[in-house]
Design a protein around this ligand. Structure first.
Ligand code: F0G
Length: 459
């Protein structure tokens, strides 16, 4: 019996379903044209399988829905806030909590508190909103992720790791007093959901402590990162996800969280810190930007659903099925020779558009083009993560990132294995006719986070 594999399967059953609209090729063509070839501008009604993001798109459990009914909608001191505060302390270990409406609300407050004009913020690859808040606060982001992360073919298991030599060089060049903190993300989104190892985090802790530099953790997908540590890092096979998550957090000084991912809610986030002074300032500031410090822009019921979701997110059975489904899709795509970022990450499959469409120059937006073509084939909505997402530098020039990717992001607990089959087959069909696909030009460009609203035209 030794050779029979043990499949992952969902640790839940389905209690309610949401019906989807199926579209024809002609309907999809019209919808895509009207959306200016930007999948963000499609109407969700015109989408069959929505892989735009895993953010706020997860299915809540019956317990979370029950929690929604227990919302204490008092303006101040809601009991759901105290429940959430206790859960954050218990599961993540951070001392002080400031709820925010979502992750970027926390990024805004934190950046304003910790960054002074002219500061340098090193990080393991940028995330769009995180870097923008750092820049708006007067800082400059410096990428210190290991080189392997920029190579979609490299199979190193911890491509989210920080290159400590790059960090030391920055400290030498600018001085530690110009570096308020290292912006460290678990499950590095833009690299393809790649994890950071505990070993790397421990080394980072030693180096930053020596120089009096904080480590701020973007913990949006920390449980998925913990899963890869459990599966791949020496000494962690017998540890629970819960224990690994807590250990990760213990190596950092504070965190920003978009609870719309790991924590299985449709809206919500927080800032959590161990330092009383930072907490006190954040508590002052949250009132200006989000709401009182015991609700931060959320309803009581949202905080309750978040508290329950955090508990569910660190269950070993949950995370095994969650990442298992992502790996299932990735392996299926690889079997069809669709070029994807390896190793497969935690929250989605990232297709390498440079390899998929080598005849389209980066100036003509290969990933944006590919995302449009994927939608046209079968109504699967994906997202560009390349030159459009990267935006422009302070001097107005485009960032040209090495990675030019299309993200197939899997919402948690939403789609079935049969959906994964349909998605992989659709990607394979587009791959077969790749030579007939032409690039695009941008005809409208918003000033900030242009990928959300830019419009394009076929060349
Ligand atoms: N940090 C990371 C790593 C994220 O992936 C996101 C959001 C945020 C911060 C911001 O959080 O959306 O709650 O304000 N990522 C979404 C995505 C939008 O599709 O990857 P938010």
């Amino acid at each position: 019996m030794k050779n029979i594999k043990q499949s992952w399967a969902e640790p839940y059953k389905i209690k309610m379903v949401e019906l989807l609209k199926m579209t024809t090729p002609a309907q999809r063509k019209k919808a895509m044209q009207e959306a200016g070839y930007n999948t963000f501008l499609l109407k969700s009604e015109d989408v069959y399988i929505d892989l735009l993001t895993d953010s706020g798109t997860s299915a809540m459990s019956d317990r979370q829905w029950a929690g929604m009914m227990m919302g204490d909608e008092a303006y101040a001191g809601s009991r759901n806030f105290y429940h959430l505060e206790a859960v954050v302390k218990e599961v993540y270990g951070y001392k002080y909590l400031i709820p925010t409406h979502q992750g970027r609300g926390a990024e805004n407050i934190l950046s304003k508190i910790l960054i002074k004009k002219g500061d340098i913020i090193p990080g393991n690859m940028y995330f769009t909103t995180t870097r923008l808040h750092q820049e708006l606060a007067g800082g400059k982001f410096e990428d210190i992720i290991i080189d392997e992360a920029h190579d979609p073919e490299n199979e190193f298991p911890f491509k989210g790791n920080i290159d400590l030599n790059k960090l030391e060089k920055l400290i030498k060049k600018h001085g530690a007093n110009k570096i308020p903190y290292v912006s460290m993300a678990t499950s590095v989104n833009m690299a393809g959901g790649q994890p950071i190892s505990i070993k790397n985090l421990k080394e980072l802790r030693v180096l930053t402590k020596k120089h009096g530099i904080k480590v701020i953790h973007d913990m949006t997908r920390v449980a998925e990162n913990a899963y890869f540590i459990q599966q791949k890092e020496k000494g962690y096979q017998n540890k629970t996800i819960k224990a690994i998550v807590k250990e990760i957090c213990s190596l950092t000084d504070g965190a920003t969280m978009s609870a719309k991912k790991d924590a299985l809610v449709n809206i919500g986030g927080f800032l959590a810190v161990n330092d009383w002074d930072v907490f006190e300032e954040a508590r002052n500031m949250v009132v200006v930007y989000e709401g009182l410090h015991t609700y931060g822009g959320l309803a009581g019921r949202d905080m309750e659903a978040m508290a329950i979701g955090i508990g569910e997110s660190v269950s070993d059975d949950h995370i095994k099925a969650r990442v298992g489904q992502v790996i299932y899709l990735g392996e299926k795509m690889m079997a069809y020779n669709v070029p994807i970022v390896k190793p497969i990450g935690g929250h989605g499959i990232f297709v390498d558009a440079k390899k998929f469409l080598p005849h389209i120059k980066q100036e003509q937006f290969p990933a944006q083009t590919l995302a449009a073509e994927i939608y046209l084939d079968a109504g699967v909505r994906t997202m560009e993560r390349g030159v459009v997402s990267a935006g422009r530098k302070a001097n107005g020039k485009n960032y040209f990132p090495k990675l030019e990717l299309v993200r197939f992001t899997i919402p948690r607990r939403v789609y079935t294995q049969a959906h994964m089959d349909v998605i992989a087959e659709s990607a394979a069909r587009v791959y077969e006719r790749r030579n007939t696909i032409k690039g695009m030009k941008m005809i409208y460009e918003p000033k900030y986070l242009r990928f959300f609203q830019a419009k394009f035209e076929k060349l």
